[in-house]
Write a protein that binds this ligand. Structure first.
Ligand code: TXE
Length: 481
């Protein structure tokens, strides 16, 4: 009997109303290893009824009590760190090492961060001497929908539900149908921690069915979504006319700008990580590397040498650096972009192919880390999000040109800038149109900072108070003195 991934509705693990299940693949073996609930609008409706019923008590609960319950959930994640890391690796293809130190570690941090933040949340008062006092209160917005993608499954799922729950909202969550396992294990931990029934409901299934039913449900007042830009557009088209509050974290095509005066070793080491971490399946990956012309040859030579040394293989092996791609379809999509790059005149300096493993992983979806040069900034390869272990490198001559290249796509999520010149670092940071800029680093995160993108990388910001504000609604009260 194959394991079934059930919905979590009203505090219980339940079968989908349809009685149907979808195949869930282990991408490093290329085979089905569990079944995930194929939910529809009936399951979403049950979840909303449970969440609406739980809302009055959860939103009115003293913040300290909510904090205690959420901290218990975080402690249980820590207790099950190894089990969850292995589960994430089997479900997504990523290495256990990465899942342990990034995904699962961050899932517990997300919950702890918001559980302990909400008691410090304060509102504002505006005093008009001798005339009036205005004070602004904030109320949890109600039943909210949190929809998350497959690349950082439990990490991004908890990044949304933690602020929602801490703010006093009740939640309908939908993890990606490609990577539902850790959200299922998480629902078991919520039950063990004593999270009251209906406070969090997890409905599994397809985006176009279960996800769409969440977006369309009239009683869901806010939607927090992370995923592809095309899906984000669809969600906005449905939710905006219903006046739902929307937070959209979408794709990126992030520039990594390297000036000749950088700390070469740091820039090199970090650029390898920003190119290929998690198989390049992170929206923050720096997929376009721009190098100042007098450093270009040296950089390319060393970068290609070190890319060739990267170890792609069994995700359960502790020395593996790149695991499997999330699905066969996604692997094909990424390989399709390599073919496009060739058509567009690009030269593949290393990689570009699917990799065949031996033994357990013989049928897995592995790909060589790939470095492409010889393309201009306007071609499709340099404009569209590939979301795999593929980077392009291009030379630039002036600061202005580097900024122009960086800003040439419809995306504006993140950027890295490498230089030892302080003035230039700030100058360039101010001109690159991205929501997140890293100077001499990458993926260096402080959970208090606003997180999100400009242009087609999304709308709104997550992180810190931004997320608590998103899940609460302001009401201003004016008192005439
Ligand atoms: O993501 P989707 P996909 C990018 C990346 C990737 C592309 C497509 O380029 O190749 O997006 O990936 C749910 N109503 N990113 O198709 O569809 C879906 O079930 C409601 C970037 O896998 O955006 C899942 O839970 N929900 C990225 C979630 O949306 C819907 C992370 C994300 O899936 C829905 C992932 C609908 N109509 C992919 N359709 C990032 N920026 O981090 C789908 N979903």
């Amino acid at each position: 009997m194959m394991q079934k991934i059930l919905n979590y509705i009203d505090g219980k693990l339940v079968e989908p109303k349809s009685g149907k299940y979808l195949d869930n693949y282990n991408p490093s073996e290329g085979k089905v290893y569990s079944l995930v609930a194929d939910s529809d609008e009936r399951d979403v409706s049950d979840a909303v009824i449970a969440a609406a019923k739980a809302f009055p008590a959860w939103s009115a609960m003293p913040t300290e009590e909510r904090t205690k319950i959420l901290l218990r959930v975080a402690d249980l994640i820590d207790r099950d760190l190894e089990k969850l890391a292995l589960a994430e690796s089997i479900d997504n293809g990523k290495t256990v090492k990465f899942a342990r130190s990034v995904d699962i570690y961050r899932a517990a941090s997300n919950i702890r961060f918001y559980a302990t933040a909400s008691p410090h949340f304060a509102s504002e008062a505006h005093v008009n001497e001798g005339d009036s006092v205005n004070y602004t209160t904030r109320f949890p917005i109600g039943v909210v929908g949190c929809i998350s993608p497959w690349n950082l499954p439990l990490y991004l799922f908890t990044w949304k539900i933690a602020p929602a729950l801490a703010a006093g909202c009740t939640v309908i969550g939908k993890p990606s149908e490609l990577t539902p396992m850790t959200a299922f294990l998480f629902s078991q931990l919520c039950i063990e921690a004593g999270l009251p029934a209906g406070v969090l409901n997890i409905v599994h299934g397809l985006g176009g069915k279960a996800g769409q039913a969440i977006i369309e449900h009239p009683e869901i007042t806010a939607i927090s979504f992370t995923g592809g830009t095309v899906t984000g557009k669809k969600i906005a088209a449905t939710a905006a006319p219903m006046f739902k509050k929307l937070s959209l974290e979408l794709g990126g095509k992030n520039p990594n700008i390297i000036f000749a005066d950088c700390d070469f070793e740091q820039a090199m080491k970090t650029s390898l990580l920003s190119s290929f971490s998690n198989q390049g399946e992170i929206c923050l990956c720096g997929s376009r590397i721009f190098v100042e012309r007098n450093l270009y040859n040296k950089f390319v030579e060393e970068f290609v040498k070190r890319t060739k040394e990267l170890n792609v293989g069994d995700p359960q092996n502790e020395t593996t650096q790149l695991g499997a791609m999330v699905s066969e379809a996604h692997l094909k999509k990424v390989l399709g972009y390599v073919a496009l790059a060739k058509e567009e005149g690009g030269k593949i300096l290393t990689g570009g192919n699917q990799l065949k493993m031996e033994g357990r992983c013989a049928n897995g979806y592995f790909m060589e880390p790939t470095v492409i040069v010889g393309l201009n900034e306007k071609c499709r390869t340099n404009q569209e999000e590939i979301f795999g272990p593929v980077v392009t490198i291009m030379p630039f001559d002036t600061e202005e040109q580097a900024i122009g290249f960086a800003n040439s796509t419809p995306y504006g999520l993140a950027a890295s800038i490498w230089t030892e010149n302080l003035k230039r670092a700030h100058r360039v940071a101010h001109q690159v149109k991205s929501g997140i800029i890293w100077i001499n680093c990458w993926l260096h995160r402080d959970l208090r900072t606003p997180f999100g993108g400009m242009k087609q990388s999304g709308a709104g910001r997550e992180g810190g108070w931004e997320a608590i504000r998103f899940f609460t609604e302001a009401k201003n009260v004016c008192v005439k003195l």
